[in-house]
Write a protein that binds this ligand. Structure first.
Ligand SMILES: NC(=O)NCCC[C@H](N)C(=O)O
Length: 258
């Protein structure tokens, strides 16, 4: 039986210093952020995921966004090389965690940069966003690691949001969903469903048709429920103030056999 483990990393005491690129900075309520993070982790556990805490990186304000530090395909982990300098210190702890879980480990090397938020897996297709945080060398290195394992890597321009997965994610049937004004090239996806809210573009697949979604996207939750999906709603307002979304607060590992 493949395991269902989810890496999470508790917020740094310096969370409020996290990066903002495409939005205005707003004050963060650190206590509320802590509570929201606990509820998010509990939602994963309630829906069958064993959460595995990566050692905290208290000096790195954005370390709670653990998805950006690694990409895992099958049992192979590619440790990111963040495009943002302030995030480079996040990868060591994540590398230890995935190695401990039995992944074989590869690294993005200079001059490559790549952040996990730019990588969307849909079956064996891996879409990679070429944008502010992931460069062409990062895309090439991702291909070199995962294509020999059977993946097809598709590079996608990203110019309007932080990461590819800030713009699009995918439903369990592989349909890509996105808030159209923020998607550079929707025609790159074989099936694309526009959603009415920016944060409605972000879903985490919890299995059994359930979708973890942010409370800030009620119209999208209604649309997806009407299509037969089951939204599970969490409030992540404090992380959204730092351009975070439901996807970036965990790394779901489905294909480890330990
Ligand atoms: N995958 C993601 O969407 N990550 C969000 C990262 C937000 C963080 N404040 C950053 O700018 O790097």
């Amino acid at each position: 039986m493949p395991s269902k483990k989810a890496l999470i990393r508790r917020p740094s005491p310096r969370l409020s210093e996290g990066l903002v690129t495409h939005i205005e900075r707003e004050e963060i309520d650190a206590d509320l952020a802590g509570r929201q993070w606990e509820v998010y982790a509990e939602a994963l556990r309630t829906h069958g995921w064993e959460t595995v805490e990566v050692d905290p990186a208290d000096d790195c304000p954005d370390s709670v966004f653990v998805e950006d530090a690694v990409v895992v395909y099958r049992n192979v982990a590619l440790i990111a090389r963040p495009g943002a300098d302030s995030r480079r210190g996040e990868t060591g702890g994540v590398e230890e965690a995935v190695a401990r879980l039995g992944c074989s480990v590869n690294w993005v090397w200079e001059p490559g940069t790549l952040e996990g938020g730019d990588v969307l897996k849909v079956g064996d297709t891996i879409y990679v966003g070429r944008g502010g945080r992931t460069n062409a060398a990062g895309v090439q290195q991702l291909k070199a690691v995962f294509e020999p394992l059977g993946a097809r890597v598709v590079a996608v321009p990203v110019s309007k949001v932080l990461h590819l997965k800030s713009a699009v994610t995918a439903l369990p049937d592989g349909t890509v969903i996105g808030y159209a004004p923020l998607v550079d090239t929707p025609s790159l996806f074989p099936r694309f469903l526009p959603v009415p809210e920016e944060s409605g573009a972000h879903v985490v697949l919890l299995d059994g048709g359930k979708l973890l979604m942010a409370a800030s996207a009620p119209k999208t939750a209604e649309l997806l429920a009407d299509l037969g999906h089951e939204p599970v709603i969490v409030d992540i307002s404090e992380f959204e103030k730092l351009e975070g979304c439901v996807t970036c607060l965990s790394v779901r590992l489905r294909e480890l056999y330990i």
